[in-house]
Design a protein around this ligand. Structure first.
Ligand code: SF4
Ligand code: SF4
Length: 213
């Protein structure tokens, strides 16, 4: 003989039981974040957009060694190094990063590149709003990644601090630009003497061509 189906709740209770779940949820703490109206503070060591750092006198820390590019598992970094000259010096040593690009369409923000950098030229900021609908806009150039100028800095290129060498910079002996330091003309970037004068001590050098792959 077939078993009788078990008696369920009376018909009028079914809709009420369904609303019980909703009713309980109304008194729970809300997990929804009101972004972008309310921005959430990231963890202090959050891996966000990269930054190319400067020495305290404004010269660049990047020496164009490409170690960051080799360390990158996503092949997101493109670097071209070049030699400094006394007339056009971007970093205290022999070489500097002439072209530097990070493709944020590829980058997974893993941080391996900043671990590989021998000069702490490359670090990561807490900035995470990197989304864009254009592939070209996701390739950040050196001008976009280079840190701004703090007090006591003069924009590169400019002469090395008199009497100091590259090692002295890393020992922290240079704390600001030498008195009278002036920005040099960025001839290798197609800059003329007129442009150099107009951007002396502030602003950005001429933009580089995007090589992004
Ligand atoms: S954070 Fe990772 S993926 Fe992004 S550029 Fe650096 S090494 Fe490459
Ligand atoms: S950012 Fe660092 S690792 Fe990358 S090229 Fe410059 S100095 Fe080398």
């Amino acid at each position: 003989m077939a078993e009788e189906p078990k008696e369920t709740k009376p018909g009028f209770q079914n809709p009420v039981a369904g609303f019980g779940v909703t009713f309980k949820a109304m008194f729970k703490k809300r997990l929804t974040e009101q972004y972008p109206e309310q921005e959430k503070t990231t963890a202090p060591r959050f891996h966000g957009r990269h930054q190319l750092n400067r020495h305290p006198d404004g010269l660049e820390k990047c020496v164009g060694c490409e170690l960051c590019a080799w360390a990158c598992p996503a092949d997101a970094i493109y670097v071209e190094g070049a030699d400094n000259t006394d007339e056009e010096r971007y970093s205290p040593g022999e070489r500097y990063g002439r072209v530097y690009q990070i493709n944020y369409a590829r980058c997974i923000l893993c941080g391996l590149c900043i671990e590989a950098c021998p000069t702490r030229a490359l670090t990561m900021t807490n900035e995470f709003e990197l989304a864009d609908s254009s592939r070209a806009n996701l390739i950040y150039t050196k001008e976009q990644l280079l840190a701004g100028l703090d007090e006591g800095m003069v924009d590169s290129p400019h002469a090395i601090y008199p009497g100091m060498d590259e090692q002295d910079y890393y020992r922290g002996l240079v704390t600001e630009a030498a008195p009278g330091t002036e920005r040099q003309t960025a001839v290798s970037k197609g800059e003329g003497p007129q442009e150099a004068a107009s951007t002396s001590g502030e602003g950005e050098p001429a933009s580089e061509e995007v090589v992004g792959r």
